[in-house]
Design a protein around this ligand. Structure first.
Ligand SMILES: [Zn+2]
Length: 438
């Protein structure tokens, strides 16, 4: 346990609120590769420095989604109707020109069973039910069918507004892309019910090469051979979302964790990393592990990542790959602060702990869903300051702080720095398919 002479200071909910307010209201949208994200990285770096950490920023290339206009119209009941839409990151715009084609409905969860997609989808605007394509092979077949465009419907929560999202960078780079627009579930429902026959869209802007950054804060330990405990979160957001919960909650949390942990004696180094470009699929954390692979193998002991932890109503979930002994240790820390979590086992490749797992380091992500589909304001403009409870966040973060402080001081870690044998194959498969491997 932590040395009783130096009690761990508590996380301050008012400081969390102040950081969240700066991130969501002073800065606002923090899209990868654009000025809002860079402003967030600079803010986090300054705050880490004030906490007493040694701070570096590591840049990496990213395709910024730089869109100034987007319009969609759908034909039903004898007329064209305007609809909300949001261009997926990593998919092209139309240089402002209208693209019009017949509309077809494609049920993503079962549609790929059809042997030949070309005759059905070629030249059409495809309403794609489901906005995450399950495998690169399915995405390759979809693009090879040469649709005129995709209207992607998120199935996780049947909302009335278009969400923002991305085609995974590795998918777009290896298979190509067509203009892909997220549309609201309830609008798609209406088009199907009314028998919509055509759609047309135009987009000014699209992807362009840019730079993002990871912000790394070191709280050095006294024994360089004792290894490194990583804490992570991401400071970028989706388009048109100020991302208070996703992931201002963890960004503010990392700043407070740095402040309270800096006061503690440490044998092991604690390294807090605020990642850029998570929302396109962990571009920042995968860049980090590629750059530091040898060091992670030598020094990495575990990564505890935080992503969207502040929902007023909801429940805590811990996902990721860790040895049994680490899983046995964690519940007591959270129970002590009235924040029990549900552990969901199995490989989860969709958060920033995963690249660490691919590098062989135990990696976990704490999240807080509020409905069976995830979070009802996920990737939407209304993920604002009103959505998060800073006292609840402080309680969870106190648990993380105590865990990290203890793991940084114990003479011998009570778990091995290895992922379960049973998960190796699935981890390697996800790393290859979704991230393009090493
Ligand atoms: Zn997130």
């Amino acid at each position: 346990m932590v040395d009783e002479g130096m009690p761990l200071p508590p996380i301050n909910p008012e400081a969390l609120y102040r950081h969240l307010r700066h991130l969501t209201e002073t800065i606002g949208v923090r899209l990868a590769g654009l000025p809002g994200e860079a402003a967030a990285a600079d803010y986090v770096a300054r705050e880490f420095e004030q906490a007493g950490a040694t701070v570096t920023q590591e840049t990496f290339p990213v395709q910024a989604r730089d869109v100034s206009e987007q319009q969609l119209q759908v034909f039903f009941d004898g007329a064209w109707h305007d609809a909300g839409c949001s261009l997926f990151a990593n998919t092209p715009g139309t240089k402002g020109a209208w693209i019009e084609a017949p509309l077809v409905f494609f049920e993503g969860p079962t549609g790929y069973q059809q042997p030949d997609l070309g005759p059905l989808l070629g030249g059409k605007v495809v309403l794609h039910l489901g906005c995450h394509i399950e495998s690169r092979e399915n995405y390759r077949r979809l693009i090879a069918a040469q649709p005129a465009g995709l209207l992607m419907v998120d199935l996780r929560y049947p909302g009335a507004v278009a969400l923002a999202d991305a085609i995974f960078p590795v998918y777009a780079a290896s298979c190509g892309a067509v203009p892909s627009l997220n549309v609201a579930f309830l609008e798609a429902w209406k088009w199907r019910e009314r028998g919509a026959t055509r759609a047309r869209f135009r987009v000014v802007g699209g992807p362009r090469p840019a730079e993002s950054a990871n912000v790394i804060a070191d709280l050095p330990g006294s024994d360089p051979a004792a290894g490194v405990i990583y804490l992570g979160g991401h400071h970028d957001t989706q388009a048109d979302s100020v991302g208070a919960d996703d992931n201002g909650s963890a960004t503010a949390g990392l700043i407070e964790l740095a402040r309270v942990l800096a006061t503690q004696p440490r044998r092991r180094t604690i390294r807090l990393i605020s990642f850029g470009a998570e929302e396109q699929l962990s571009v920042g954390s995968s860049a980090y592990v590629r750059r530091h692979r040898a060091e992670l193998a030598r020094e990495g002991r575990c990564m505890f990542n935080l992503d969207s932890i502040g929902s007023w109503l909801g429940w805590n979930v811990l996902s990721g790959s860790a040895p049994r002994e680490l899983d046995a240790l964690l519940p007591a820390y959270f129970a002590r602060h009235g924040q029990p979590y549900r552990r969901e086992l199995g490989v989860l490749p969709y958060a920033d702990h995963f690249p660490f797992v691919a590098a062989g380091v135990p990696g976990l992500t704490l999240m807080r869903p509020n409905c069976a589909g995830g979070r009802f304001f996920h990737h939407r403009p209304d993920d604002d300051l009103t959505r998060v409870d800073v006292k609840l966040m402080a309680a969870s973060l106190n648990a993380v702080a105590e865990f990290a402080a203890d793991m940084a001081t114990v003479p011998t870690l009570p778990f091995a720095a290895a992922i379960p044998d049973a998960e190796h194959a699935a981890v390697a498969q996800c790393w290859e398919d979704l991230f393009g491997g090493w």
